[in-house]
Design a binder for this molecule. Structure first.
Ligand SMILES: C[S@@+](CC[C@H](N)C(=O)[O-])C[C@H]1O[C@@H](n2cnc3c(N)ncnc32)[C@H](O)[C@@H]1O
Length: 208
């Protein structure tokens, strides 16, 4: 699909195509194709192409979009080795990506620029992701979480376990603070093996 000046069929290969495409199309529509500021916590850490299925290879996707609209990406990761891989994976986009080696929550405490899209994909630790949300100086317009699989029971106020290890405390905090769940999508990373379904959830700041 082509929206305005961005041809989403040209999105670089990744392991979350449906959700990354839906996210960027939403961002593109709501921001009118202007230069956007994308921040990512948890960078693309493995240059082996097979790793994109499990990890996603998000960083290059955000960079591709930022390059198309004249925007910027900041990717933050605590591991030097992860950042070295991201630099290789994003070799075509160094002009619009800032690579930061730091703890994500610490770094966000000092980051005061407006964020259009925050991608939360750090360690499998809900306390870390909650700390990142609590550290935000500015309210991002959109926040996308990886490894989230909300169910109808969760939406009705039941168990929050399907929110997974990353977002299970951060998403309820955001919902009570004026964010709305725009959509979530389930996907299975290794379909034949019967791995548990994973997914992604996009939230929007309704106060912004
Ligand atoms: C699942 S990977 C990110 C995958 C990437 N978003 C992609 O789509 O390819 C998680 C990353 O979080 C990083 N990480 C772990 N603890 C962190 C912290 N405290 N602050 C920032 N990043 C952290 C790890 O080093 C790792 O590279």
């Amino acid at each position: 699909m082509t929206t305005s000046n961005v041809d989403f069929s040209k999105m670089p290969a990744n392991g979350r195509r449906a959700t990354f495409e839906a996210t960027l199309e939403t961002l593109h529509e709501k921001c009118g194709g202007r230069p956007v500021n994308i921040v990512e916590i948890g960078t693309s850490r493995n240059t082996i192409p097979a790793a994109m299925l499990a990890d996603g290879w998000s960083t290059r996707v955000w960079a591709w979009y930022a390059a198309a609209v004249g925007g910027a990406v900041t990717t933050v990761d605590v591991a030097e080795t992860s950042m070295a891989s991201a630099r290789v994976i994003c070799a075509d986009y160094h002009h619009c990506v800032t690579f930061v080696v730091a703890d994500g929550a610490d770094w966000l405490t000092h980051y005061g620029s407006p964020i259009d899209l925050l991608y939360m994909d750090g360690p499998g630790d809900s306390a870390f992701h909650l700390a990142c949300i609590a550290a935000l100086v500015e309210r991002p317009k959109f926040i996308l979480f990886d490894d989230v699989c909300p169910t109808s029971e969760w939406k009705a106020g039941g168990s929050d376990d399907p929110l997974g290890t990353k977002a299970k405390t951060a998403i309820p905090r955001l919902l009570s603070g004026g964010y709305q769940l725009l959509w979530h999508e389930r996907f299975t990373i290794h379909p034949p093996s019967g791995d548990r379904p994973q997914g992604q959830a996009l939230l929007c700041d309704m106060k912004g």
